[in-house]
Ligand binder design. Structure first.
Ligand code: BES
Ligand code: MN
Length: 468
């Protein structure tokens, strides 16, 4: 078992090994700078593999990317295994550290989101292209740059790694990690470590590094509304019978108050940290149209990070080109609900379901089915390993990192927290507000990427030095 440095208390600064010297940090920075051309080339090769884990895409590409990652790790001298436990292949690599040294597990994922409509891309999604200091391509940031940041840190310490290191590169994060529980049951012992670094999040801004200390949980559900036994002529029956689409839309409208706050009673609501983030920046980053008001109440960051949100992400109803003068008998919508970091998703689903059932307009039949749900994350963001992580970011960027929340979800982190309760779980990432992960024209800021690589290499050195 690892020593559990993550929660060690009573370790005073004075009792700890002094931080790295400025010369040691500069040596790591110079070493990483030398490594970057090859790191960049390897990243581009990974981006060229369209490893979309969504099941309607060619899954042999996910296998190819797993093999490519495995090859990169073998070349660094790690003992590597590609494991498939009913889902897509994950890669586990390991290398022992010096006797008694702390251990670190590095996480990233090699699968990507679908490219969406290729017409929306300025250059082909799987052809990495540099423009204005950014590398464009699906997965160029999320999360193949996370994979390469880990490998860059390994290379920076090649042959002289100061910690025991395991790297876990998942192949289905973008599909909700369906086989991760089984992978953890069968291989989890190998992932145990004093610190687990999860590189799948964002920084606060270009030039402003961040640790992600909260993530929202979430659930997706399908709500189906039925008003008629069969569809009928809208002239003959409209006016006395309601069509299912109109009833569904009215039901969806009940999910928000007039000010746009989520109207479902009883959901947890938290307060976000007080970082400087104004409406102008939100409008700029989100692309919200001029004149369209923000919804919700309270600080913008609490609306994004610590309060629930509900989005309609799909509707099944007659399409306009197939429309006829008919009252539809049934209609359905898929909703995505984001939850406060500490909210239990099962309890949240019951509240959402009760709301929808009790707001059925005009007695319409309402059925609510849970599709999937996942918990949020609130880090125990202190202890010596967190101190070293913060110091590493400060070394790399020259400014202190901020603690941020994220409105998105990384549900499997909860499984890590449960399985490795004594580990420091440190969520980092290569993204910045312009990355557009999951969207068209996803990109990586190459300068920030180098900083991430330096920070991770410095972190391994600092953790190694903790041991003395
Ligand atoms: N990397 C994201 C989470 C994230 C989003 C981090 C924004 C930082 C900023 C993650 O890959 C993701 O997209 N998660 C999904 C959930 C998953 C179950 C498909 C999400 O949040 O929709
Ligand atoms: Mn993602």
């Amino acid at each position: 078992m690892p020593a559990g440095l993550g929660r060690v208390t009573g370790v005073t600064d004075a009792a700890r090994t002094p931080a790295l010297t400025p010369d040691e940090i500069e040596a790591i920075r110079a070493r990483v700078a030398e490594l970057m051309p090859q790191v960049r080339a390897d990243l581009e090769a990974l981006v060229r593999i369209p490893s979309v884990s969504a099941s309607s895409f060619d899954q042999s590409q996910v296998a190819r990317s797993a093999d490519a990652v495995a090859e990169l790790l073998r070349a660094e001298g790690l003992e590597v295994e590609v494991v498939t436990e009913g889902g897509r292949p994950a890669v586990i690599g390991h290398v022992d550290g010096p006797e008694g040294a702390p251990t670190v597990t590095l996480y990233a994922h090699h699968d990507v989101q679908p490219p969406g409509d290729e017409a929306d891309w300025h250059t082909a999604p799987f052809e990495p292209t540099e423009r204005d200091g950014r590398l464009y391509g699906r997965g160029a940031a999320d999360d193949k740059a996370g994979v390469m940041a880990h490998i860059a840190a390994l290379r920076a310490h090649s042959g002289n790694l100061p910690v025991g290191l395991t790297i876990f590169v998942e192949g289905e994060e973008e599909s909700g990690s369906p086989s991760l529980e089984t992978i953890l049951e069968r291989h989890g012992d190998r992932l145990a470590a004093d610190a687990i670094v999860i590189a799948d999040s964002t920084n606060w801004a270009v030039g402003a590094p961040a640790l992600t200390t909260t993530l929202r949980g979430g659930l997706r559900a399908v709500v189906t509304v039925r008003t008629l036994d069969h569809s009928v002529h809208s002239g003959m029956y409209g006016g006395a019978a309601v069509d299912a689409v109109t009833a569904l839309v009215r039901l969806l409208a009940s999910l928000h108050d007039d000010d746009g706050s989520v109207a479902v009673a009883g959901l947890d609501v938290g307060e976000a940290a007080d970082l400087d983030y104004d409406e102008a920046r939100f409008r700029e980053e989100s692309g919200l149209l001029d004149g369209v008001e923000l919804i919700g109440t309270g600080s913008i960051l609490s609306r994004l990070w610590t309060k629930p949100s509900i989005t309609t992400i799909g509707i099944d109803a007659t399409s306009i080109d197939k429309a006829s003068n008919t009252l539809a008998a049934s209609a359905a919508a898929k909703i995505s609900v984001r939850l406060a970091p500490t909210q239990d998703p099962a309890a949240a689903f019951e509240l959402v379901k009760a709301h929808l059932e009790s707001h059925a307009p005009w007695g319409a039949e309402v059925e609510v089915a849970l599709e999937e749900s996942g918990p949020g994350f609130a880090a125990q963001a202190d202890g010596p390993l967190y101190d070293e992580a913060r110091a590493s970011f400060a070394d790399a960027w020259g400014v202190d990192p901020v603690d941020i929340g994220v409105g998105g979800s990384i549900p499997f982190i909860a499984s890590f927290v449960e399985r490795f309760p004594d580990a420091a779980i440190i969520v980092t990432g290569v993204e910045d507000p312009d990355t557009r992960a999951h969207g068209a024209n996803e990109s990586l800021h190459l300068g920030e990427f180098e900083n991430v690589c330096v920070a991770e290499a410095v972190f391994l050195a600092r953790v190694g030095a903790l041991h003395g």
